[in-house]
Design a protein around this ligand. Structure first.
Ligand code: B12
Length: 302
């Protein structure tokens, strides 16, 4: 039973997926992800954010350490793009909100995949999204914004230069449309938060789920995390992530928290309306604040 749970965990799927990326086995990657969608209790959103994205970051590390060539990294990235497409289709979109967004990154920052990720998750949340990836020159971008009349712009920055360059774009957009909300996010800001100083944006989101939440707030849509299922899923993922970080098996954590392992399993899958008492026991067993359990970050390392 424990073996089965481990087999279906995001961590084990991630290691298998990374190995296929390294070896460039695209068909096997199709089979692995399709199999996980069909046969495990993991949601497509979870596979997307907790399997594909960390694996991409690992590919970056392998490339940086010389363990993968540039061509092998490119091949891995193409495989992941194909899987993102499969998962995007598997995610059930929520009711259309009537809101429109543009997602983009700076032209000097060729990392357009994060724009695609923000796009997929806003789409899932009911937005209509124009994903343009790397921006055209500033005047053309402003004209595009004018023509498409979005309710929000989400800028992503992976490279430091890209993050700095966004200032010019934000200034130009704000000159034309001072009230158009702009949310920013991405690895560059996570690495150097001071890049956010005087950037001119309206909000910064630490991760994709937070971006979706903040975007809703910025345009006055009701917050969907008040939806019980979403909240329970977020809490479940958080418990699972904190447990994995401490190297604990479900059984270990259940014993420490004096909870039933099967109950913990349903909690981690967001299928159980947990009591405040259980939340407190888990927080104590994990040595974290209760508030930590309701944060929505995905794991950043494999
Ligand atoms: C694929 C890739 C490329 C591809 C990009 C393809 C594409 N269409 O995007 C290509 C080959 C073009 C590329 C080029 C380069 N790359 Co590159 N690349 C990567 C790699 C392996 C994966 C990127 C990726 O898709 N990650 C998955 C994403 C989605 O994860 P993420 O960025 O963390 O995004 C998450 C959050 O940040 C957040 N988020 C992101 N955006 C946003 C936006 C909003 C609004 C919000 C709320 C949240 C949010 O949500 C995401 C999902 O969880 C990374 C490794 C890595 N660590 O990511 C290196 C990496 C980013 N690249 C790197 C480098 C150095 C380069 C090059 C400079 C290499 C070179 N010498 O030529 C060039 C860039 C050249 C230039 N013109 O500047 C470095 C950057 C180091 C640094 N910090 O400066 C990395 C980290 C690799 C490494 N370990 O060294 N790269």
């Amino acid at each position: 039973m424990a073996k089965l749970a481990a087999k279906n965990s995001p961590q084990s799927l991630r290691s298998k997926y990374l190995e296929l990326l390294r070896r460039g086995l695209s068909q096997a990657a199709d089979e692995l992800i399709e199999g996980a969608l069909a046969g495990s209790s993991l949601e497509p959103e979870q596979i997307y954010l907790e399997v594909l994205m960390p694996a991409q970051r690992s590919i970056g590390r392998l490339w940086a350490s010389g363990d993968l060539s540039v061509a092998e990294e490119h091949r891995a990235t193409q495989i992941t793009l194909a899987q993102m497409d499969i998962l995007r289709r598997a995610m059930k979109p929520l009711e259309r909100s009537g809101k429109r967004a543009i997602t983009a990154c700076h032209p000097d920052d060729p990392h357009a995949i994060p724009c695609r990720v923000v796009t997929d998750f806003l789409n899932r949340d009911g937005w209509t999204v124009d994903c343009i990836g790397c921006c055209p020159p500033v005047e053309e971008f402003v004209a595009f914004v004018h023509q498409n009349a979005p309710d929000l712009i989400a800028f992503s920055a992976t490279m430091i230069d890209g993050a700095q360059g966004l200032r010019t774009y934000i200034e130009a957009v704000k000159r034309d449309k001072p009230d158009l909300p702009i949310v920013v996010g991405g690895a560059a800001f996570a690495a150097q938060p001071e890049l956010l100083d005087d950037l001119g944006h309206d909000a910064f989101a630490r991760d994709i789920l937070e971006a979706v939440q903040i975007s809703r707030e910025l345009v006055g849509l009701p917050n969907r995390t008040t939806d019980l299922d979403t909240l329970l899923t977020l809490i479940g993922r958080r418990i699972q992530e904190l447990r994995a970080r401490k190297g604990l098996r479900q059984q270990d954590l259940a014993e420490k928290a004096q909870l039933d392992r099967a109950y913990l399993s349903t909690l981690e899958h967001g299928k159980q309306n947990l009591t405040i008492g259980a939340m407190l026991k888990l927080a104590n067993a994990l040595h974290v604040d209760v508030a930590e359990l309701v944060r929505a970050d995905g794991p950043s390392t494999i």
